[in-house]
Design a protein around this ligand. Structure first.
Ligand SMILES: [Zn+2]
Ligand SMILES: [Zn+2]
Length: 364
């Protein structure tokens, strides 16, 4: 059953963001369960409608596809969250459960004028992802290689291994959060009492703080430094492809490191180009060789010499295929494809000219 979000908020389809916000605020005041416990379902409905219509992208999707898009339904919002003691973080996760970011902070921040609109979700902290560009020669892209790069990033402190404690000293219970890593905040507002849970900033959510701080990282557990990272580039990687190195992004205390993304740029080769798993090259041959056939040495990408037989009367548009000399991917090889280029002489001797004239009289 598709809901009409515009109807739910009582606004026109062309309503501005401002109008939508105003309409939601009005309804939120009216239906908030703490404000007389009227209608929990209705409150959820308007919140859902607002979460979609206040977000330009989601609104466009909704306008285009109706409710059948990810994040359109707010089924997860229930999650045992008693509306009496409305747990903000749970509520947010209910919406965000499908990977759709949902920021109520914007509007509730307004209504409650509380500190920092957006609430922090209770999940393991994750370091930032890093992306770098890496240019490699054509040959390395075909056969694979290993590269070591130097990256400046936030890493775990190697002196204290990320604990933040001075060597030989211990960690003790964080007094700010009493060791739980979380701080509960209860705020009173005209709509009732809101409890939110945030990560304790004193201990970064670990529940422990060092008795004595590590002198290297000043107790943070992480610090910015240059790190050498070895990148394994697989065989047959193509220009523009991305390598993801899990956990090689920035570190975060008591959390998961982000990922490193390496975007590969392949330098063009003077002789070879690529078509899928095949290598293609142009091979100039003399007119007489093209007519009579010959054997020519061809240097492969690996640097080996191949004797390639060119049959007589081979036309340039008929490609020569050397099986298995292409790009090795997943245990199989593509082919080397040779396109002949017939090179005409720049000038003819009197004798040669006479011969060509004889050919001409033969009708060639
Ligand atoms: Zn703490
Ligand atoms: Zn340290």
């Amino acid at each position: 059953m598709a809901k009409d979000y515009y109807n739910v908020l009582g606004v026109d389809k062309r309503a501005s963001k401002d109008d939508i916000k105003k309409a939601f605020r009005k309804l939120a005041h009216k239906y908030h369960p703490d404000k007389g416990g009227t209608d929990e379902a209705k409150f959820k409905e308007i919140t859902e409608a607002y979460s979609v219509l206040s977000d330009d992208r989601k609104r466009r999707e909704y306008d285009a596809y109706g409710q059948a898009f990810p994040g359109g339904s707010a089924g997860g919002a229930q999650g045992g969250s008693p509306f009496g003691g409305f747990d903000f973080s749970q509520f947010q996760q209910g919406f965000g459960g499908q990977g759709v970011e949902f920021d109520l902070g914007d509007i509730f921040g307004d209504i409650f004028s509380g500190r920092g609109g957006r609430q922090q979700q209770q999940q393991t902290p994750r370091g930032r992802d890093i992306s770098i560009d890496l240019e490699i020669p054509f040959k390395d892209a075909v056969f694979g290689t290993t590269r070591t790069v130097l990256i400046a990033k936030v890493s775990l402190c190697s002196l204290c291994h990320g604990t933040g404690a001075k060597h030989g000293t211990e960690l003790e219970k964080c007094t700010t959060c009493n060791g739980s890593g979380r701080v509960h905040e209860t705020r009173n507002s005209i709509l009732g009492q809101f409890t939110s849970v945030r990560t304790c900033t004193a201990c970064d959510g670990t529940g422990k703080i060092p008795k004595e701080k590590c002198p290297e990282c000043k107790g943070h557990g992480t610090l910015r430094k240059q790190e050498e990272i070895k990148i394994h580039i697989p065989t047959g990687i193509d220009n523009g492809e991305m390598i993801r190195m899990q956990g090689q992004g920035e570190a975060v205390k008591a959390g998961i490191a982000g990922d490193l993304y390496v975007k590969i740029h392949v330098k063009p080769h003077a002789t070879f180009r690529r078509d899928g798993t095949n290598l293609i090259m142009d091979l100039p041959v003399k007119l007489t060789d093209a007519l009579l056939g010959t054997i020519v040495p061809v240097e492969t990408l690996e640097g080996k010499t191949l004797e390639v037989k060119i049959p007589p009367m081979k036309r340039p548009e008929e490609l020569l295929r050397v099986a298995g000399k292409g790009i090795p991917i997943d245990g199989s090889h593509g082919d080397l494809i040779i396109r002949l280029e017939v090179a005409l002489p720049h000038k003819l001797s009197g004798k040669a000219k006479k011969t060509v004239e004889d050919l001409k009289s033969e009708g060639l």
